[in-house]
Design a protein around this ligand. Sequence first.
Ligand SMILES: Cc1cc2nc3c(=O)[nH]c(=O)nc-3n(C[C@H](O)[C@H](O)[C@H](O)COP(=O)(O)O)c2cc1C
Length: 218
Amino acid sequence: MLEPYKTPIFNEEEALEVSRNLTEIFTRRRTIRQFSSQKPEREIVENAIDVARLSPSGANKQPWTFALIENQQIKESIRELSELEEHRFYVEKPNKKWIKDLAHIHPKKEKEFLTKAPFLIVIFYRHFDLEDDGEKSTNYYAKESAGIATGMLISALHMCGLSTLTYTPKRMQFLTQLLDRPQNERPFMLLGVGKPCPMAEVPVLSKKSLNSVLKTYL
Ligand SMILES: Cc1cc2nc3c(=O)[nH]c(=O)nc-3n(C[C@H](O)[C@H](O)[C@H](O)COP(=O)(O)O)c2cc1C
């Protein structure tokens, strides 16, 4: 079944203006590792998740769950288990090349942000859903879909003045159990969300230029 598509809200002139402003707005998006203790309205975060759920997905399967965590005890458990994973990564089975690449970005295995960020969001994806009769229904490109939804989520939060820290301990399976999610849900990513601390600093990094990443075929 088809229905009329509601066209975008901008005319061409406005669209050009918006597109020019977006680069400036997104140049200011940076991963923040020091959050302010001032808590943003939860509704802002929920509205950003409301945007993320509209993301495209393989065969429209929408294979995601967004776990929004404010509970301090849960944050502390997540931090404890994450730091165990970090210990494995940095001390027990160090990958020297990887650790060297991270040295100027996030060199510490202590993850204070996990207890300091006012919100944590864990994005889960599902390779399959379970139908009422117990049959498995495949979700196509589940991980890619979760990645796009997470990008939309980060963008929506940024547009509302909130910062994020994309966090990916090497093994995240403990989150399924800790957050009491079904076994077919795999953690995809963990986001720390909040206002940046007024004294927050970010590593000096350069971004590839448009010319170096864009190949135009006229
Ligand atoms: C898939 C992915 C995984 C990441 N994992 C971590 C992480 O585990 N810890 C962390 O501090 N930052 C992590 N980051 C943030 C990156 O270090 C950061 O995006 C990159 O250095 C560029 O900086 P910017 O986001 O400020 O532009 C991750 C980012 C992505 C996209």
